[in-house]
Design a protein around this ligand. Structure first.
Ligand code: PLP
Length: 384
C-alpha cells in the first residue's frame, strides 16, 4: 500500500542529499574529530563545515552553534545551562503550551524549588504580552517561549516577545524545533538569545540537533566529559548526524522559501475542500499566524482514535497531537489550554505537510476523511 505520510511535525523523511552526505561518515570516514591524525582531522573539518552551514541558515556565527543530540537536549541545555550560569536567579517564565521537552523539565524544576510562571493562552493560542511583561522579575533567569507550536502550528510573536525581554534585560530562549524549514528565521533581526533546533524535523537524521547561544551568554555545561564543543558539551561528536544536519540546513537555506509556498498551497487546498467532506469540521487557529504546513482539525463527534485507526487502514499517517505517542489518547494539553473542553479536544487530528507532500496526498486524505464521516453518520454512536 502506498503511504500517505502527513505526520511531518512528528518527523520527516530524510532528504536524499542528506543521506548521500552522511554515508561516507558511516563508512570509510569514521575518524574521531578529536584525533590529531588525518582521518580525525577530516572528520573535524566536516563538523566545522556543518557548523558554518547551520549558522549561515540562521543568520548566526559558527562559534554560536553548539551541536547536541536533538531538540530535547537543546531545550534542557538552554534552561539548565542558564540556571547553572546564574544560580542567584531562580525564576523562569514560560507558556502553558510548550513541548514536553520544556514543559516537563520546568515542572520538574518547580518540584525542585524553582519558581516557574506558566503563562496561559487565549483561544487563538496567544499569550498576553502585558502579562509576560508583568511576570518578569529581578530574579528571572530566563524566558522560554516556543516559536511555533508543534500541535497547532500557531506562531508566537517572538520579535515582540524578544523586545520585551531585551527591555527588561532577561535572556530569551525559543524552542524553534518546529519552525526551521517552515518559517524564515534570521537571528540578525530576531531578538532571541538561545534557540533550539532538531535535524529530524526538517529532513535531517534523528538524534542530532543544535543550540544557538548569543554571545556574551555562557551556559553552565550539562554534559561533563571531554572538551568537545569548546568545553560546552562533552562527548565524541555524532559526525554522520552533524554532517546530515548541515546538509539539511543547506536545503532549507537554498529552497526554504519555495518549500514554504508549496506546503502552504497544499494546506490551504486541504482546508478549502474540508467543508465538502466534513461540513462540521473546524481548523484550530485558522485565523492565527501559523506555520504553512500544519492543520489541526476538529471533527465533532468522531474521536481522534477512530480517525487515526481508519487512516491507518488506508495508509494515511497523521497524528492526534503530542499526547498520542505515549499510547494514551488523552485530550491534548495544548488544546485544553486554548479553552477547548476535553470532549472537543479528543476529536482533534493533526495533518502536517512537508516539502515532499503532493496534491495526491491531499486527495487521498480527503477521500479517507469522507469515508470516516460517511461511516460515522450511518452507524449510531452506541454501535461503534
Ligand atoms: N520541541 C518541539 C516543539 C518538538 O516538536 C519536539 C519534537 O517533537 C521537540 C522539542 C523534541 O525534539 P527531539 O525529538 O529532537 O528531541
Amino acid at each position: 500500500m502506498n503511504l500517505t505520510y502527513l505526520d511531518n511535525n512528528a518527523t520527516t523523511r530524510p532528504a536524499p542529499e542528506v543521506v548521500e552526505a552522511m554515508l561516507p561518515f558511516l563508512k570509510e570516514e569514521f575518524g574521531n574529530p578529536s584525533s590529531a591524525h588525518a582521518l580525525g582531522q577530516r572528520a573535524w573539518f566536516h563538523v566545522q563545515e556543518a557548523r558554518r552551514r547551520v549558522a549561515s541558515c540562521l543568520g548566526a556565527n559558527p562559534a554560536e552553534i553548539l551541536f547536541t543530540s536533538g531538540g530535547t537536549e537543546s531545550d534542557n541545555l538552554a534552561i539548565r545551562g542558564m540556571l547553572g550560569a546564574c544560580p542567584q536567579k531562580r525564576h523562569i517564565v514560560t507558556t502553558s503550551i510548550e513541548h514536553e521537552a520544556v514543559f516537563r523539565l520546568l515542572q520538574q524544576l518547580q518540584e525542585d524549588g524553582y519558581e516557574i510562571t506558566f503563562l496561559g493562552v487565549g483561544e487563538r493560542g496567544q499569550i498576553d504580552l502585558a502579562e509576560l511583561s508583568d511576570a518578569i522579575r529581578e530574579d528571572t533567569a530566563l524566558v522560554s517561549i516556543m516559536l511555533a507550536n508543534n500541535e497547532t502550528g500557531i506562531l508566537f510573536p517572538l520579535d515582540r516577545i524578544g523586545a520585551i525581554c531585551r527591555s527588561r534585560d532577561v535572556a530569551l530562549h525559543t524552542d524553534a524545533v518546529q519552525a526551521i524549514g517552515k518559517a524564515s528565521i534570521d537571528l540578525h533581526r530576531l531578538p532571541v538569545d538561545l534557540l533550539s533546533l532538531s535535524a529530524h524535523k526538517f529532513h535531517g537524521p534523528k538524534g542530532v540537533g543544535a543550540l544557538y547561544v548569543r554571545p556574551p551568554l555562557r551556559l553552565a555545561p550539562q554534559m561533563i566529559g571531554g572538551l568537545q564543543e569548546e568545553g560546552r558539551r562533552g562527548g565524541t561528536e555524532n559526525v554522520a548526524g552533524i554532517v546530515g544536519l548541515g546538509a539539511a540546513t543547506l536545503l532549507v537555506e537554498r529552497s526554504g522559501a519555495a518549500a514554504h509556498c508549496h506546503m502552504r498551497s497544499l494546506r490551504d487546498e486541504l482546508e478549502r475542500r474540508l467543508g465538502d467532506v466534513a461540513p462540521d469540521a473546524t481548523v484550530i487557529g485558522a485565523d492565527a499566524p501559523r506555520l504553512p504546513n500544519t492543520s489541526m482539525i476538529l471533527l465533532p463527534g468522531v474521536s481522534t482514535e477512530e480517525v487515526l485507526m481508519a487512516f491507518n487502514e488506508q495508509g494515511v499517517c497523521a497524528s492526534g497531537g503530542s499526547a498520542c505517542h505515549s499510547g494514551s489518547l488523552k485530550p491534548s494539553r495544548v488544546l485544553t489550554a486554548m479553552g477547548l473542553d476535553g470532549h472537543s479536544a479528543s476529536a482533534a487530528v493533526r495533518i502536517s505537510f512537508s516539502r515532499y507532500s503532493t496534491d495526491d496526498d491531499v486527495d487521498r486524505l480527503l477521500e479517507a476523511l469522507r469515508d470516516i464521516v460517511r461511516k460515522h453518520r450511518s452507524v449510531p454512536a452506541a454501535a461503534r
